[in-house]
Design a protein around this ligand. Structure first.
Ligand code: NAD
Ligand code: ZN
Length: 249
């Protein structure tokens, strides 16, 4: 971990009028939920390009529900890691306005962040594709898949955004507002290749915000949109930044 960059990030946060975080699957890897790119685990069994597409859900819901079952059981067991907890602490200290997340695992809320924009929806609820009845996903019986609507018996789909589906309207509006009004963005654990999500740091940058990237490896944002990249795991880097903010303030 490069401490000069940790100090720089803390300084940028302290000098910023409004800081937001933009997170991806990488922030939850240390909670036991594999991201799309890392080797091993869930996504070697299920190719996300194939299974996370809405056409796949329509054409073969049984198959897609097998993947969802595995992913949801990992999510149910997962707890926030030091990166999620660090972001919640930044919010409590008044240094973080919101978290825009591409994750559906709810771990930012579990860590204590209050203003979380779920850009790709949530695993917590399921909706009927026909009559729009919504049920609590946590009460789902895993033996009975794919789940069906109790009112009209049509297929239920988790309220997560599949490839090929639109972004929830409220999330679009609020994240655009946040990205246009912030002065710094912490971009954490995202490969930044899934659009329109990846346009959030680009919009912020166009308005002059400082883009601080935290990732295990460079991404398409690195050296183009990001002011700098702090290489390493979010679970180590975020708590180090929080400590440095406390020291410098
Ligand atoms: P991605 O899998 O494409 O990329 C993850 C990124 O995180 C990579 O750049 C990787 O280098 C980095 N990374 C991995 N471990 C890290 C760590 N410990 N610390 C810091 N960085 C780390 O994920 P994405 O960009 O979020 O796009 C994939 C899509 O799939 C998103 O919509 C995402 O929400 C969804 N997804 C969600 C979950 C979840 O809810 N936890 C899990 C898998 C995929
Ligand atoms: Zn229904």
């Amino acid at each position: 971990m490069d401490y000069t960059l940790i100090q720089r990030a803390a300084k940028d946060i302290l000098n910023s009028k409004k800081t937001i975080a933009f997170t991806g699957a990488g922030i939850s890897v240390e909670s036991g939920i594999p991201d799309f790119r890392s080797a091993g685990g869930l996504w070697e069994k299920f190719d996300p390009e194939e299974y996370a597409h809405i056409y796949a859900f329509h054409s073969n819901p049984e198959k897609v529900w097998m993947m969802l079952k595995d992913m949801f059981s990992l999510i149910m067991e997962a707890k926030p890691n030091p990166a999620h907890i660090g972001l919640a602490e930044l919010e409590r200290m008044g240094y973080l306005s919101s978290v825009i997340t591409q994750n559906v695992d709810g771990l930012h809320q579990a860590a204590g962040n209050h203003h979380v924009i779920e850009f790709h929806g949530t695993h917590r609820t399921l909706s009927c594709l026909k009559c729009s009845t919504t049920i609590d996903g946590t009460s789902l019986k895993m033996e009975d898949l794919p789940p069906r609507c109790s009112r009209c018996s049509s297929l239920l789909k988790p309220d997560v955004v599949f490839f090929g589906e639109p972004i929830p309207w409220e999330a679009q509006v609020s994240s655009l507002k946040e990205s246009k009004s912030c002065t710094a963005v912490l971009v954490i654990g995202t490969s930044a290749v899934v659009y329109p999500a990846a346009s959030i740091p680009v919009t912020a940058k166009e308005r002059g915000a400082t883009i601080i990237e935290i990732n295990m490896e460079p991404t398409p944002l690195t050296n183009v949109i990001s002011d700098y990249l702090i290489l390493g795991s979010a679970g180590e880097i975020i708590p180090a930044i929080v400590e440095e903010v406390k020291r410098q303030r």
